[in-house]
Design a protein around this ligand. Structure first.
Ligand code: HEC
Ligand code: HEC
Length: 411
């Protein structure tokens, strides 16, 4: 560099200084414009996109996994590489070093050049840091399971149906399928206990939703009511308990009215004249409401499970409990509350009170027709309208099913 060039550079430097910008007010002004721009953007996002609400915080919810916002996920991921004893490296040392490096930047990066080609080292370090942060964020996002959706049931209909299902499975054995209570039968430890009804105004008017939710979550162990909240060793999340409370409120509190479309969705459909009941349309809804509570995984009750079509047909200490076409099948006799003494004394089913006569009849017609799983085309339909589907694809199911195909004449 000769003197001529030096002077030229000095002159340019002088000139730039003249035209230079001041921190106050110039830079501050620019920053304020940028900050205002970001503010407006956030405002628009908040108004037009909004934030998806999470369920309200619930200290009883032991299943909730807290996790940071997405922009902290990389730190969260970093922690996973330093488990247990060496966690402090991930929490303090690594982030500390990064912040220190940033803090000391003016001291070690003293290069006067501003063009990126002359700042390869600085750019490389920055690039590596960004790649690390982005990479860790992606790994964290991919490997973290989504939060269990407890508040996903937003429509009243969904909550009512879910609540009804849960009530049927968890509560019917003790409180009855309509919350009517009465003498408990067939439940170990509570045999003969006289349960008060919950499905009456006196009861529902005097219990707030919160009270009901608390009783379900915590139980009343001294009185024989087990806890259901996950935090107390049960299997229901707060959202599920809320669903049951909603179901109880809308079904038994006569000041509330269930919307018509919701009322018909969970009901057991009546049989049309000549219609053959099928598992999926008729039997399953009855089973869910009146039997499943006692006959499911985790209950003894003669090891009879009713969770699926196969289980209903194939399980039970005295399996088969139903024989296609046999009106004296064990299950039918128990439903009709006939005395069964030849095996061992078996209680009638459901133990506490008889099934509605029209539902018993449905079971009888179903067994007579060979326990079809799916709706059978009505008899008398034109043969051309009911082509027999080829069953080659599913040989095991087909061979086990007591085949009520269109060829079988039905009584
Ligand atoms: C193993 C039997 C059993 C099961 C299952 C059960 N409960 Fe209970 N529940 C009881 C007993 C026993 C009581 C005490 C009843 C009493 O004092 O009359 C009770 C009490 C209650 C009460 C309070 C009654 C009051 O007097 O205020 C509510 C509400 C209740 N149960 C709801 C439920 C719900 C909802 C479920 C299903 C998630 C359920 N229970 C499942 C046995 C059971
Ligand atoms: C309150 C609990 C409870 C409910 C609800 C209930 N059961 Fe049972 N079930 C039992 C018990 C307990 C046994 C064991 C037999 C006994 O002790 O009498 C049993 C046994 C049976 C058996 C005999 C199984 C075998 O292989 O020995 C059949 C069939 C049966 N139940 C059908 C039903 C049907 C169908 C329903 C619904 C309509 C139903 N149960 C509802 C408690 C219940």
């Amino acid at each position: 560099m000769n003197d001529e060039q030096k002077r030229e550079i000095d002159a340019r430097h002088e000139q730039a200084k003249q035209h230079g910008v001041k921190f106050f007010p110039d830079i501050i002004y620019k920053d304020m414009i940028a900050a205002f721009g970001v503010f407006v953007l956030l405002l628009l996002l908040a108004v037009f996109l909004g934030v998806k609400p999470e369920p309200p915080a619930d200290p009883n919810d032991a299943a909730y996994v807290p996790r940071p916002e997405w922009y902290f996920l990389f730190l969260f991921q970093l922690l996973k590489y330093f488990p247990g004893q060496i966690e402090w490296i991930g929490t303090a040392v690594v982030p500390g070093l990064a912040v220190l490096a940033l803090l000391l930047l003016p001291f070690y990066d003293r290069s006067p050049f501003r063009h990126w080609r002359r700042r390869k080292l600085a750019l490389a370090i920055m690039g590596a840091a960004m790649a690390g942060i982005i990479g860790l964020t992606i790994v964290a996002a991919v490997t973290t399971p989504p939060q269990e959706e407890t508040a996903a049931l937003t429509s009243l209909g969904d909550r009512l149906l879910a609540g009804q299902d849960l009530y049927s499975i968890q509560c019917v054995e003790c409180h009855g399928d309509e919350g009517q209570g009465g003498e408990i039968a067939g439940v170990e430890g509570l045999e003969g206990f006289l349960m008060k009804p919950m499905n009456v105004g006196d009861y529902m008017y005097t219990r707030e939703d919160d009270t009901l939710a608390a009783i379900i979550a915590y139980g009343q162990p001294d009185l024989g009511m087990p806890p259901f909240g996950k935090a107390y060793g049960g299997e229901l999340s707060p959202g599920e308990i809320q669903a049951i409370v909603t179901f109880m409120r809308y079904t038994w509190d006569d000041r509330m009215e269930i919307p018509q479309d919701v009322a018909s969705a969970g009901a057991v459909p009546a049989l049309a004249p000549g219609e053959i009941p099928s598992y999926s349309v008729h039997i399953q809804p009855i089973v869910r409401r009146t039997c499943l509570s006692c006959h499911r995984e985790g209950k003894k009750n003669n090891n009879y499970l009713m969770g699926s079509y196969r289980e209903v047909l194939d399980t039970g200490d005295n399996s088969p409990v139903m024989v296609a076409g046999d009106a004296n099948s064990l299950l039918l006799r128990l439903l009709r509350r006939e005395e069964v003494t030849e095996i061992k004394d078996l209680d009638p089913m459901p133990p506490a009170r008889p099934l509605k006569p029209e539902w018993v009849e449905m079971f009888e017609l179903w067994v007579a027709a060979g326990m079809p799983e799916t709706p059978v085309p009505a008899t008398g339909a034109a043969p051309a309208a009911t082509p027999t589907p080829p069953v080659t694809g599913t040989p095991p199911a087909a061979s086990l099913t007591p085949a009520p195909t269109s060829g079988t004449p039905t009584p």
